[in-house]
Design a protein around this ligand. Structure first.
Ligand SMILES: Cc1cc2nc3c(=O)[nH]c(=O)nc-3n(C[C@H](O)[C@H](O)[C@H](O)COP(=O)(O)OP(=O)(O)OC[C@H]3O[C@@H](n4cnc5c(N)ncnc54)[C@H](O)[C@@H]3O)c2cc1C
Length: 379
């Protein structure tokens, strides 16, 4: 017989990972209390892998959301000379797309519509206290006391819950800031994304729909200082100088937002009855568009272990160890891959640049190697 406590879960954080996790756990019959601090509505754009999209379909999100996704069937990567490139194509892995572009607002609306019960999210003050007991974990505020079998912290890269339970994390500062915005451009191919590994920045151009692209521009600190002082017209001029041969009629059409870039690794994914999921557990460079996909894979793994039904209590060490073992390698690989790619392309050595250029031309000719790389990136 499952007790009320064993069936109840607290989720801290109402970002995409917290909300998707809530939806998955609700479908398994758990009773959820979700907490969020007051957060601004964001309108970012994400590249989702085909596997993430397949799982979202299994969760039952409305078909309107999937219709709104833009298929990326090819991705062209350039080095700083713009003369060496590698093209990854969905045909190489016999799939309709290598990624799908999703808008955060549409995504959140689709999640809201899928909840069976009306979801309530409560605000939680910063001075909450976490108390671990043998058979339960408690969150205490000055007004309330909430008991559950587990707390799942999805409160982002600077997770306060992680700090409170004293799980150590190591931060690697890339000394870069990503700026994101949308551009109206004349697009020949709405299904081809491009990424330019330039001398002072990494510029990703991701089509969202006809003549509209999402920009993720990861700039080193000096270049960011320059760009940050620019008005929209100067940014358009800078982009025309860099990618004017590929895109015509460039126009900034959204707010410009900035994200300082770090990589965060945690010593452990859980402590006592508190589990870290999503950016609270791992934060990586956005150059491979994988952060949210990693968070979704965290939830898929939890779902698989829950579905096996061979546990007495989801908050117990045995369950949490199984989860940690299943997630460690994927998280470490993605961290290593993004760290390595950033290092290779931001290295100023001219010898290395020439090797990279040659390597890219060779890679472009090797169907087998490209297939392996796309398989990993679309998992
Ligand atoms: C520039 C950029 C581009 C990216 N592009 C992609 C991409 O194309 N594809 C991809 O897969 N990933 C991408 N990512 C990564 C992706 O944005 C993140 O991995 C993802 O948003 C993480 O979601 P999350 O819910 O774990 O964290 P968050 O989105 O940070 O959500 C955390 C939530 O917790 C709440 N919270 C914080 N503190 C508290 C508290 N004390 N109490 C209660 N609630 C709290 C916050 O208000 C927030 O709602 C990108 C990242 C960046 C920076």
């Amino acid at each position: 017989m499952v007790s009320d406590i064993q069936n109840s879960i607290i989720i801290i954080g109402g970002g995409l990972v917290g909300n998707l996790l809530h939806l998955m756990l609700e479908s398994k019959g758990f009773s959820i209390n979700q907490f969020e601090k007051t957060s601004k509505l964001k309108n970012r754009t994400f590249a989702l892998t085909p596997s993430s999209v397949d799982w979202l379909k299994s969760l039952g999100l409305p078909s309107k959301f999937f219709d709104s996704l833009n298929d990326i069937s090819s991705m062209k990567i350039f080095d700083s000379t713009l003369s060496n490139s590698v093209t990854f194509e969905s045909d190489d892995i016999a799939k309709p797309a290598i990624a799908f572009m999703a808008n955060e607002k549409d995504f959140n609306e689709a999640i809201e519509k899928t909840f069976k019960k009306r979801k309530t999210i409560e605000e939680i003050p910063k001075d909450y206290v976490i108390k671990n007991k043998q058979d339960q974990v408690i969150i205490e505020t000055s007004k309330e006391r909430y008991k559950s079998s587990i707390i799942i912290a999805c409160d982002g890269v600077n997770s306060l819950a992680r700090e409170k339970i004293e799980i150590k994390s190591t931060k690697h500062d890339f000394n870069q800031t990503a700026i994101t915005f949308q551009l109206k451009v004349k697009l020949d191919n709405q299904n081809e994304a491009k990424q330019f590994f330039l001398k002072e920045s990494i510029l990703a151009i991701l089509p969202i729909k006809k003549d509209l692209v999402s920009i993720v521009w990861s700039c080193n600190s000096q270049f960011y200082k320059k760009i940050n002082s620019f008005d929209e017209k100067s940014i358009e001029d800078e982009l025309n100088l860099t990618i004017g041969d590929f895109y015509k009629d460039i126009k900034v059409v959204s707010k410009i937002e900035s994200f300082p870039l770090t990589m965060n690794r945690v010593e452990s994914f859980f402590k006592d009855r508190v589990l870290l999921v999503g950016d609270a557990a791992h934060f990586i460079h956005p150059l491979a568009g994988q952060g949210l996909n990693l968070g979704i894979r965290d939830i898929i793994t939890l779902e698989k272990i829950i579905d096996k039904k061979d546990y007495a209590d989801i908050g117990l060490k045995g369950f949490l160890r199984k989860y940690e073992r299943a997630r460690k390698e994927d998280v470490a690989q993605m961290g290593f891959l993004t760290l390595g790619l950033n290092w290779i392309f931001s290295n100023k050595s001219s010898i290395l640049s020439r090797i990279v250029g040659k390597g890219m031309s060779m890679l472009d000719k090797s169907k087998l190697l490209k297939k392996q790389l796309i398989k990993k990136a679309t998992a």
